[in-house]
Design a protein around this ligand. Structure first.
Ligand SMILES: *Cc1c(COP(=O)(O)O)cnc(C)c1O
Length: 379
């Protein structure tokens, strides 16, 4: 089936008791058993819940994996993956400037269990190869990165990592499976914050991991139940509902993203625009090859903190706030928000200047968005 058909139907049969076209929210903690050892495959709702199962099956199809598991947040999903892949004395390599919460998890929690991490620019294969050690077990890639949209060649990273017997995990939150399918490019595991594009309506926190290997899937299923950070039935239902319109929403984010990136690139008072759809973006050719769209995330440099501050306080339709991937446009200031904990010299080295502004472009009428930006530039 095509992607749009799968998004709407995969993992979802009409409800067997009523024929309800939409999978119900099975808001239950347990299930009545018919006798000793006799049940319908459902015993306790941490272990199995039909609403969550529908989402997991749906995501496994959309990401072309063998199984998916849904967690209470993107961070809970990534935590479970560290439990799957890493143990004491192991080493992992991670994209530098990954999502701040991922860095915090690795650097302040997983490290305490005797696991070492090395952060490199994974878009540079030489740097990646030099970082791999005999005990490296995981290469964690985020592509494109936030907020500068650095693109890593997933296929090349997988070829290299697999030669060294490491699993490759790709955080695909920014592109969603509609624009990028990491397992098809060779990755072993793909992870999402469903909070962002998959749910798409800024009204749920969740995460999902999809796996290629059956042995990894069996172990992650065990971890999901044993550690217990499951996604609730209601949130599972919300994400399933969101995914039904993922394709049309992503097309909208992409079209608006391209139009706004071009508008920004045409302004003399914008020093630089970071959007993989622009031909002068460093990762443009690679993005064209491994993604089928460029998405709705843009960063641009206004040159100074003062100008960024005035701009952010002047927008009206674009809401000033953290997060991304919702239908509404959100605008933020990486240096003082998502990257506030990164030391200033390190921020400067990566290009995250005080004048940098990030937009998660929504699917409003693009003329209205551009008019709002224009007003903020003139403020
Ligand atoms: C938001 C986000 C996460 C964390 O997800 P939560 O649902 O907030 O826990 C991980 N990776 C990326 C790229 C994100 O944007």
């Amino acid at each position: 089936m095509g992607f749009k058909t799968d998004a709407i139907h995969a993992g979802q049969e009409p409800d067997p008791t009523t024929g309800a076209v939409t999978i119900p929210i099975y808001q239950t903690s347990t299930y009545v058993q018919e006798g000793l050892g006799k049940h319908k495959g459902f015993e306790y709702a941490r272990t199995q819940n039909p609403t969550r199962t529908a989402l997991e099956k749906n995501m496994a199809v959309l990401e072309a994996g063998c199984a998916g598991y849904a967690f209470a947040s993107g961070m809970a999903a990534i935590t479970a993956l560290t439990q799957l892949l890493l143990k004491q004395d192991d080493h992992a390599v991670c994209t530098e400037n990954v999502y701040g919460g991922t860095f915090r998890l690795f650097d302040t929690i997983v490290k305490n269990y005797g696991v070492e991490f090395t952060y490199v620019d994974t878009s540079n294969l030489g740097d990646l190869e030099r970082a791999i050690r005999p005990n490296t077990r995981m290469v964690f890639v985020e592509t494109p990165t936030n907020p500068l949209m650095v693109i890593t060649d997933v296929r090349a990273v997988c070829d290299l990592a697999h030669r060294h017997n490491c699993r490759v995990v790709v955080d695909n939150t920014f592109m969603s499976p509609y624009f990028q399918r990491p397992l098809d490019l060779g990755a072993d595991i793909v992870v999402h914050s469903t909070t962002k594009y998959l749910n798409g309506h800024s009204d749920s926190i969740g995460g999902v991991a999809v796996l290629k290997r059956k042995d990894d899937a069996a172990r992650l299923e065990f971890i999901q139940n044993a550690a217990g950070a499951i996604l609730s039935p209601f949130d599972s239902w919300l994400v399933l509902r969101g995914i039904k319109t993922l394709a049309v929403r992503m097309e909208g984010h992409n079209a608006n993203g391209m139009a706004i990136a071009k508008y920004l690139a045409g302004r003399k008072d914008v020093q630089r625009v970071y959007y993989p759809g622009l031909a002068n973006h460093t990762g443009h050719n690679l993005a064209k090859k491994q993604m089928s769209g460029f998405g709705g995330m843009i960063a641009f440099d206004l040159g100074s903190l003062d100008r960024a501050k005035r701009f952010l306080e002047a927008v009206k339709l674009c809401s000033f706030g953290e997060s991304l991937g919702g239908v509404e446009t959100l605008i933020s200031h990486p240096a003082t928000m998502t990257h506030a904990s990164v030391p200033p010299e390190e921020r400067a080295r990566m290009g995250i200047t005080d004048g940098l502004v990030r937009i998660s472009v929504g699917i409003e009428d693009v003329e209205d968005l551009i008019a709002d930006l224009q007003r903020a530039f003139e403020a």
